[in-house]
Each structure stands twice: as C-alpha cells, then as structure tokens.
Design a protein around this ligand. Structure first.
Ligand code: PLP
Length: 359
C-alpha cells in the first residue's frame, strides 16, 4: 500500500502535477522547449524573490550544492553546519579537493550571526555556506541576521541550502543578498524528485571565472552560458517532464494559492505541529529557531518506540520519518510542507495520537 507522505521529501504531489509529468515529450532544442524553460524560470524568480538568473539542474539538490561550492571556491570555503545536511557541504568540498573549514554547532542549535562574522572577518574565505532549514534537526537558521553580516563581506560568496524550505518559507534572495540559493523539486515545491534549482548572482558569476577547475556537468558558468544564450537552452538534455510539472505547479503556487497565502499556511501548520509536539513530547530545535516546514519531535523523555509507531501509522496508510542518523528513535520528524492542508495535517496528528496511546 502506498502511504500518504508526511516525510521531509518527497512530499505529496497534486494529481495535476503528476499528470503534467506525463505530458508527451518534445525535443529539448525546439522553440517549445525554450519557451517552457523561460516561462518556468520567470515564475521561479518570483518564488525566489529575485531578478537573478535561475539555473535548473537535472540532479537532486545535492548536485547544485556540489556544483556551486566547486564552481565558486577560488580560495577557501567555510561551512557553517547545524546538522547532517550542513555537514554534507564539507564532504562535497573535501571530495572535490576544495580547501574548506568546517564549523559545526551543537545539534538543535542554530548558526549565530556572530560566529559567521568571526570567521569571515579573518579574510581567509571567499565562500561561506549556510543551511537555511536543517532537515535532520528541525532548526531554521536566522538568515535575516546572517544577511546583515554577509553584507559586510561582499567579496565572500554566500551559498544557501534552501532545499527543504523554499516555497514554504519566504526567502527574499535579492533583499538578503544571497549569491546562490538552492532548492529541490521534491520538498516544499511539491513536485516529484529529480530536479534542482538555484538562483545565481552576477557577482557569483564573475567570481566563478577565477576558478580554474569547475567540472563540467555541474559548472554553474556553463549552465548560465546556455541560459543567457539565445535561444535559451541547457547544455545537455534536461528533464523536460520536470519542467512541465514545475510550469503547472508554479501557476498553482503563484496564482491559485498565492505566495503569501502559502507562507501563511506553512506558518499555521508549523504552529499546530509544534503545539502538538510540546503537548505530548517536546521539540528538539532550540526555542525561536524551530522550522516552518518540519518539526523534529524530541522523544527522549517519553521514549515511545518510533519503529513501532511508524509501523502502526503505516498500517493506517500514512508515512512517518524517524530521527535522522544517530537521532533515530530519539526523535521523529513530521513534515508540514508543500500542498498539505491544515485539515490533512490535523487528521494526521490525530492518527499519530491514537496510535501512540495504543503503543
Ligand atoms: C533533502 C535535503 C538535501 C538533499 O537534497 P536532495 O535533493 O536529496 O539532493 C539537502 N539539504 C537539505 C536541508 C535537505 O532537506
């Protein structure tokens, strides 16, 4: 039995989006493909709140994390991590032979702007990475505060992993001065997995020219070259199916629901889930830094069997995510992102509650 997803990706996709994925294929060098790509990018600029170019990559989000840190680090990168996905940046850098330093906060805690300032003020770095929404811990970092620090260092490129938050939480790329902002289709956007999306600033594009070995498939300059070329295309065959799905879903996000309504719905779902978690368990993320798109429930006091709970809700047709990595059993995670309605979330929390009482 397929289970209804309340996990932090992939998320449930609306039928209209699934149908769009099965649109008959067109050639990727045709005028129709150019028009589709252009249309999707223009709509994505609205969701990213940016005038920067949008690049699509036929990889998952990790592809653009690798591509951006490799394409932009000429000197040394500093990775500010608050969990497993933050640590991934450091691993991507090391495996590409990119000089990198790695600062990891205690899990559950955020990256504080003072720490960013302390490291950037050394002048050692030309790239820094931040995880907006750390899916392993349920922490959402204070990017408005971090933006104020970043503004003091215009020659240091800011790469933001917004994979599990963009389109659920408002991220104003231009206002915050984010050089590369990355997301994946399968999280808050509510599109099947298989494509990554980023915005890239002109400053970052200029800086990338200083990097000699940027790779090929994930070279941001190469992707950008094709996007700026007329006609607007991609260097290799992209997932045209994802572009159809994005085209359909972005109309829904921008016109049928509206961005501000979408952000408000996510905030409401986060508040409901947090209150539920605090009533029955606890929340793992430090107070004031709880995510708007997923709640990491701290199970250490109550210590229910998360494996049994996953089985029990599974038998009722719903998926639940265990804690990430070594937080398995100590926490479990409830995603409230993409197109889940408040009513569906409440129904899910009721089912969880019933099954917890039976454990
Ligand atoms: C899911 C996720 C990733 C990885 O994205 P993929 O699309 O699976 O490569 C990276 N960072 C965060 C915060 C995530 O939630």
């Amino acid at each position: 039995m397929r289970k209804k997803l309340f996990i932090p990706g992939p998320t449930e996709c609306r039928q209209e989006v699934l149908d769009a994925m099965s649109t008959p294929m067109i050639g990727h060098r045709t005028k129709d493909a150019t028009a589709l790509q252009q249309r999707v990018s223009e709509k994505l600029q609205k969701v990213f709140h940016t005038n920067n170019n949008i690049l699509l990559s036929t990889t998952s989000g990790t592809g653009l994390m690798e591509g951006s840190i490799r394409s932009l680090t000429a000197k040394r990168a500093i990775v500010f991590s608050v969990g497993a996905f933050g640590n991934r940046w450091a691993q991507l850098a090391k495996s590409n032979n990119i000089p990198v330093d790695h600062v990891e906060a205690e899990w559950g805690q955020p990256t504080l702007p003072e720490i960013v300032d302390e490291y950037l003020s050394t002048g050692k770095y030309d790239v820094f990475t931040i995880t907006h929404n750390e899916t392993s811990t349920g922490v959402m970092n204070p990017i408005e505060e971090i933006a104020k620090v970043s503004a003091k260092y215009p020659n240091v490129m800011w790469l933001l992993d917004a994979v599990s938050s963009l389109a659920g939480a408002k991220i104003e790329v231009d206002k915050l001065g984010i050089d590369v902002c990355i997301t994946s289709t399968q999280k808050a956007l509510g599109v099947p997995p298989g494509m990554a999306i980023c915005s890239v600033s002109q400053k970052a594009l200029d800086h990338a020219k200083k990097v000699e070995f940027r790779g090929t498939y994930l070279d941001l300059l190469e992707l950008n070259k094709y996007v700026e070329k007329k006609p607007y295309q991609y260097p290799s065959t992209p997932s045209v199916s994802h572009m159809y799905a994005l085209d359909t879903q972005l109309d829904y996000i921008l016109n049928a629901e509206g961005l501000e309504n979408r952000y408000a719905r996510h905030k409401e779902m986060a508040e409901i889930t947090r209150a539920w978690a605090k009533k029955h368990f606890n929340t793992f993320a430090a107070e004031g830094y709880e995510s708007l798109t997923l709640t990491n429930v701290d199970n250490t006091e109550k210590n229910v069997s998360v494996a049994d709970l996953i089985k029990a809700v599974g038998a009722r047709g719903y998926a639940l995510a265990n804690g990430y990595g070594n937080m398995k059993q100590k926490t479990f995670r409830i995603a409230h992102m993409a197109d889940t309605s408040v009513a569906e979330l409440k129904e899910y929390l009721n089912i969880l509650e019933e099954e917890i009482a039976k454990l």
